[in-house]
Design a binder for this molecule. Sequence first.
Ligand code: ASP
Ligand code: MG
Length: 297
Amino acid sequence: MRIFKFGGASVKDAEGVRNLVRVLEETGTEKTFLVVSAMGKTTNAMEAVVDAYFNDKPSVSSALEAVQTYHFGILRELFPPEGHPVHEKVRSLFEEVRGFLAWNKSPKYNFVYDQVVGYGELLSTVIVSAYLNDSGIRCSWLDIRNYIKTDSNYRDVSVIWEKTQSAVSELSNRSELFVTQGFLGSDENNFTTTLGREGSDYTAAIIAYCLNAESVTIWKDVPGVLNADPRYFEETRLLELISYREAIELAFYGAKVLHPKTIRPCVENNIPLRIKNTFNPTHDGTVIVPDNGNGNG
Ligand code: ASP
Ligand code: MG
């Protein structure tokens, strides 16, 4: 099994979604599992909705409308204007958020945050999976909240590994291409939880660990990991192979490569992690490997 993760920047507009199809046509989809983040800056925009809810109620609806307009714009470019079931699915997700905000009684910011912000990933995966199916790449939308189980420490939950492992491993008997949400889980009471900002990489690693996957690929809009920050250095070089230890050190030196929690599940199961460019899918990019056995650690 290969786990592919596409970040928000890769699906920030209709062209990004079309490009995702091109990537999959290039790589094939056999034994592949897709994890997708919220589109573009949707998570920030949903955070603004939550802020409005707590600090400026009258502006909730315009904050939510901004998110809706953005997604409707992408829908318009990808699907026929009427009659396609994706429109209804997207509309009903917005209805759900509105319903939640109207009826919610909880004064707890972090709880409300997770219930609301998580819709970014639900929206993106509904749109991406519908578009893949229309493009002839058969796939199944999966609600990852039924599989990644966490505690209730909203906004920064810990994974309950035993429950997660047993739920996720059920999926190994199925052969379809799954499209699921990064960043999300659910707690004991089935409330939505989030793994922390930029947590979709971690989702990919959790699934990889539970399925004992052969690799994780993080698809980005950059060619891979560079030896220096191109904003400050003129001559940078792509690192083709680095160890997890080096990746951690790079992260430490400010070259943010991966969500820090991502590395551990991969190291524990010896799973290599690739960083590849969505605009150049046949190029190798960078592979990050466990420290032992490569003479590089
Ligand atoms: N959408 C979430 C965020 O922007 C998770 C992620 O992108 O990894 O933080
Ligand atoms: Mg994101």
